[in-house]
Design a protein around this ligand. Structure first.
Ligand SMILES: NC(=O)c1ccc[n+]([C@@H]2O[C@H](COP(=O)([O-])OP(=O)(O)OC[C@H]3O[C@@H](n4cnc5c(N)ncnc54)[C@H](OP(=O)(O)O)[C@@H]3O)[C@@H](O)[C@H]2O)c1
Length: 335
């Protein structure tokens, strides 16, 4: 542990902090490491594929090619920040780290883990003498430049130990301890649920503009204008403005939306709490719909409408079947 004085644009702050280790140099981990490095922190980093370790070493970061090497390169009490996909990978990383840690060391899970997993992991690690902090991270790729947002859960003393690092990584005021283990990832899960509904809302709005045949609207112009003083201006809308400037109708982007875990957990939590989440649920379902090449529900509804009302059914090859006069007839008119 050492004490360092940092000069921020308008103030000096004195930090006592630990040398920090990172596991995972993906889109998030790499930029977080670089931001810490740029602020004078000593960082050691491990990544599953060695090329990313070699690459980060070029920036003055201490590379580690195994988890044991990473732990050897850290001063005790160690802080190891894991930034890998949620689920079994986090459990695997913890299991492989533990033999190389000493009592009192702190593991931070900065990924999008399910909060119930974080509660379980914290209890298991506490029984072995380690601290576990669940620190949900927001800010995306822009975080390296503008600062991240951190939503933490866990032991207040362990949190105090890593707070100097959070202050450097976060946008001003963009970090907080929300309660015991799980609270951080719970708050991050709800944050992501909100994000689902916001994204879907922007998507639908721009689709309405695009399909307005009578006005032939300039979508980039709408985003540009909305971003200046309107109620719906936001970073997401700035990203829409940027994307539409490059490609006015997003011709080069497919319409299938990935992700889903945090949205599913948010909706599931709403069901468990009996708290209505209609917007978030709809946004989640809208994502599922984008992944279907065809809708079987659509086929069923079309078949039933044809059955009860003789309504037109579009054939798979693109042709259409005229409304059938007699209920119960198939497309070839046979019973
Ligand atoms: N991207 C975002 O905007 C964002 C924002 C907030 C939070 N998060 C969360 O932050 C975490 C990391 O996200 P990311 O966007 O940085 O992901 P990413 O770019 O896909 O990187 C994933 C990292 O995890 C490693 N990894 C993947 N599977 C592994 C395994 N089985 N064993 C060991 N290492 C493995 C990868 O190593 P390799 O290089 O060897 O593949 C890579 O370093 C996730 O929990 C994500 O949900 C992401």
């Amino acid at each position: 542990m050492r004490t360092v004085v940092f000069q921020f644009p308008h103030r000096f702050e004195v930090f006592s902090f630990m040398h920090v280790g990172f596991v995972g140099l993906g889109r998030m981990g790499k930029h977080m490491v670089l931001r810490l490095k740029a602020h004078g922190f000593r960082v050691a980093a491990f990544n599953r594929s060695a090329e990313k370790v070699k690459d980060i070493e070029k920036n003055g970061v201490t590379g580690a090619y195994s988890l044991s090497e990473l732990c050897q390169k850290l001063e005790s009490p160690r802080v190891v920040w894991i930034m890998v996909p949620a689920g079994p990978t986090v459990d695997e990383m913890i299991e492989r780290l533990v033999p190389h840690l000493a009592k009192g060391d702190i593991i931070v899970d900065g990924g999008n883990s399910y909060y119930k997993d974080s509660i379980r992991r914290a209890a298991q690690l506490k029984a072995q003498g380690f601290h576990y902090l669940d620190i949900g991270t927001s800010g995306g790729l822009g975080g390296e430049r503008h600062g991240y947002c951190f939503m933490a859960g866990g032991d207040p003393k362990a949190y105090a130990s890593v707070e100097p690092m959070l202050k450097v990584l976060a946008a001003p005021g963009g970090h907080g301890l929300f309660g015991p283990s799980g609270a951080g990832h719970f708050v991050k899960m709800v944050h992501n649920g909100i994000e689902y509904a916001m994204l879907q809302s922007y998507g639908e709005g721009f689709e309405l503009l695009k399909h307005s045949s009578e006005f032939k609207l300039d979508l980039h112009k709408a985003a540009h204008v909305w971003n200046r003083g309107s109620v719906i201006r936001s970073w997401l809308l700035e990203l829409a403005e940027e994307a539409l400037q490059k490609d006015g109708h997003l011709e080069r982007i497919g319409d299938s939306i990935g992700g889903g875990s945090t949205g599913e957990w948010t909706v599931q939590t709403g069901i468990e709490q009996k708290t209505p989440t209609p917007m978030i649920s709809t946004a989640l379902n809208a994502r599922y719909a984008t992944r279907q090449s065809e809708s079987f529900a659509g086929k069923v509804v079309a078949a039933l409408r044809q059955g009860f009302g003789g309504h037109e059914v579009v054939e798979k090859d693109g042709g259409s079947i005229a409304p059938t006069p007699a209920v119960g007839k198939t497309k070839k008119g046979k019973p």
